[in-house]
Design a protein around this ligand. Structure first.
Ligand SMILES: [Zn+2]
Length: 263
């Protein structure tokens, strides 16, 4: 092989790798520990999910003050480990709030800008919200949703999970906190098979790895990203147990907090 041809072939191979590394035309998912993720779409829309960015596994301190661009904040339910720094980030970035009706009201009472928590993005289970070049579908989760602040615990509506359908990109399912449910079978039936499932696996407050493996089969997930494990000692489920329980039926991808992965 001539050196010119070799260089040409090497260039061909390098191109898609470079594009993937830079996330060009791709959807980037970044885990920030616990249940916190950002999804950055090919057109640059940034969706921040369950932003407890001060969690013990967070990749850096002060992330709530430093995330540059956030267009939408999705909050699955009212517990502190999911609401996290929602109010502060909402105030600083002007992000619109996607959550259920009661929790949106509680967050506005706690200081979230009211104009960014209107009916264009606040809904409830079964609803769909347009979010730039993505659509967010609010789906069932079996859990609880009280929202606590200095004044006590307030009604936080029903807990939910999110299906995020990215235009020209993957279908992502963030389970929120939940057990495995028969309702999960409806997700691929209604919205198509899930490309990337962000699945709670810790047990105790949610499903464990065996439950998550069953849930992955219900939603026909291609890739499962484990979350909501190891933050506290009681969240004892591990990715290794998930891999064993899946028996090769879906790929498990353990993300490194703070590092973007392209899909
Ligand atoms: Zn939780």
């Amino acid at each position: 092989m001539s050196s010119k041809l070799r260089a040409f072939l090497a260039g061909l191979l390098a191109l898609p790798l470079a594009a993937a590394a830079q996330g060009k035309g791709k959807t980037e998912i970044t885990w920030y520990g616990h249940a916190a993720f950002t999804v950055k779409t090919p057109k640059g829309t940034v969706l921040l999910i369950d932003p407890w960015l001060s969690n013990p596994k967070a990749p850096a301190q002060g992330l709530a003050d430093s995330l540059e661009k956030v267009d939408y904040i999705l909050v699955s339910h009212g517990h502190f480990d999911h609401v996290g720094e929602t109010v502060a980030i909402g105030k600083r970035t002007g992000a619109k709030l996607i959550t259920n009706f009661e929790l949106a009201k509680a967050l506005v009472d706690a200081g979230y800008p009211k104009d960014n928590a209107g009916f264009d993005t606040v809904g409830n289970v079964g609803g769909q919200v347009k979010a730039g070049d993505a659509t967010v579908i609010m789906v069932t989760a079996v859990h609880s949703s009280g929202f606590g602040d200095e004044s006590g615990t307030k009604v936080g509506g029903n807990p939910m999970g999110f299906v995020v359908k990215v235009e020209g990109g993957p279908e992502i399912y963030h389970t929120g906190d939940t057990d495995v449910t028969q309702d999960m079978r409806l997700i691929p039936e209604r919205y198509g098979p899930v490309d990337v499932m962000l699945a709670c696996i810790g047990g105790h407050f949610t499903m464990d790895p065996k439950g998550a493996a069953l849930a992955a089969s219900f939603v026909r997930a291609k890739v499962v990203v484990p979350m909501h494990f190891g933050t506290f000692p009681v969240l004892a489920g591990t990715p290794e147990e998930l891999i064993r329980a899946l028996k090769g039926k879906a790929k498990v991808l353990v993300l490194t907090p703070g590092r973007a992965t392209s899909f």
